[in-house]
Design a protein around this ligand. Structure first.
Ligand code: FAQ
Length: 329
């Protein structure tokens, strides 16, 4: 249906561009170089399709799993207005997952396969959502500083080459910008509040700083996919450049609030214009993204339960039973 057949990630095909028609490949790369968008029905190398499916699917999983740590605070949010705002935010994140699953589906991978790969632990999702939101301040830090990281990433990639992904990212960024304002408001409230509130937000920031440093991915020198993704304008900034842009935009704002970051080496080198920092623990990053973080098991268990509990609804709508029970079928 969509040009090349959907590529199973386990398949060896689609690991390189070997075997692709050189004329079609050259035309494809010329279109990308000229800034054109590639659409689902267009010819594309198998590797481009495979990389896009991997990245968009992981992004979709991150949104749906990302709703969970903050979601635990809906019932305990301080006050009705905060509760309403948090409910709307969590609902938005799930909506982002829907947009992204739809974008990945245009590449030929069925949604059921994606969900199955998530709940069986085959697919990755963002490291940050494998940590708990212990206090209300953790949910404030997520809404401000994780959403801020997502915007740095998504704003850059919305200028990329694959039409459906870019259009989804543009829409997501509008909503994330609103989340960021909501999160900032919560953090300012705590940071300018009582001594207890300041302590709570400082402790949450200290807990989240390393996962945030991991969020942009491993250093460029060891990143596996950056080269090909940047060549084909799927990824518009390298991991290290995204991290640098984030530090530039948010460290001064964090310091302005009188909060401290748990890295004594963090400073901007005025000569190079680059931020210097202590390398975060990359072994911990690897453990967390490979299933061994503090909340991985719990997160997947929730998704598995949702999948099982929703099965009868899907069967009723899509399955054989629907023929007889839905009046307008
Ligand atoms: N977490 O070669 P690279 C959000 C994996 S949305 C987990 O550098 P790449 C909204 C990577 O997959 C957040 N795994 O990879 C929200 C690869 O493994 P693989 C999600 C990670 O693709 C806010 C391996 O390491 N955003 O927050 C991570 O070039 C608040 C080697 O890495 C996106 O997904 C990580 N942080 O660059 C929701 C954006 N980093 O697949 C609720 C789209 C790397 O070979 C509340 N994705 N890995 O097994 C991207 O931009 C890229 O995929 C990167 C990674 C930048 C994440």
């Amino acid at each position: 249906m969509y040009g090349n057949a959907y590529i199973d990630p386990k398949d060896q095909k689609g690991k390189t561009v070997e075997g692709e028609d050189p004329v079609k490949l050259a035309e494809f790369e010329a279109r990308i170089l000229a800034g054109e968008k590639i659409e689902p029905q267009d010819w594309m190398p198998a590797l481009y399709r495979k990389q896009l499916i991997r990245m968009i699917e992981q992004h979709a999983h991150s949104e749906i799993i990302g709703a969970l740590p903050e979601g635990t605070w809906i019932t305990r949010a301080p006050g009705f207005r905060r509760k309403l705002a948090l409910m709307a935010k969590v609902q938005d994140e799930v909506g982002h997952a829907q947009l992204l699953y739809s974008a990945a589906e245009t590449l030929g991978k069925p949604r059921e396969d994606m969900i199955n790969d998530l709940i069986t632990g085959k697919s990755k999702y963002s490291n940050v959502f494998n940590y708990p939101a212990i206090t209300w301040a953790d949910s404030a830090i997520i809404a401000w500083l994780i959403d801020a990281g997502a915007i740095v990433n998504q704003l850059a990639n919305s200028k990329g080459s694959y039409g459906p992904y870019c259009r989804a990212l543009e829409r997501i960024c509008y909503e994330e910008s609103f989340h960021l304002k909501y999160g900032h408001d919560n953090v300012v409230h705590l940071a300018t509040g009582t001594a207890k509130q300041r302590q709570m937000v400082q402790e949450a920031l200290t807990r989240w700083w390393q996962p945030i440093m991991h969020f942009f991915g491993p250093p460029d020198r060891v990143s596996v996919h950056t080269e090909v993704l940047m060549k084909w304008k799927v990824k518009m900034m390298s991991n290290d450049d995204m991290r640098q842009q984030y530090l530039d935009m948010y460290v001064p704002k964090i310091w302005d609030l009188g909060l401290e970051l748990p890295d004594p080496n963090l400073r901007k080198n005025e000569e190079t214009g680059k931020w210097e920092y202590t390398e975060p623990d990359w072994d911990e990053f690897k453990r967390v993204i490979n299933g061994d973080g503090p909340c991985n098991a719990e997160r997947l268990a929730v998704r598995r339960m949702a999948e099982e509990k929703g099965r009868w609804v899907r069967r009723a709508i899509l399955g054989e039973d629907a023929k007889y029970s839905v009046p307008f079928a």
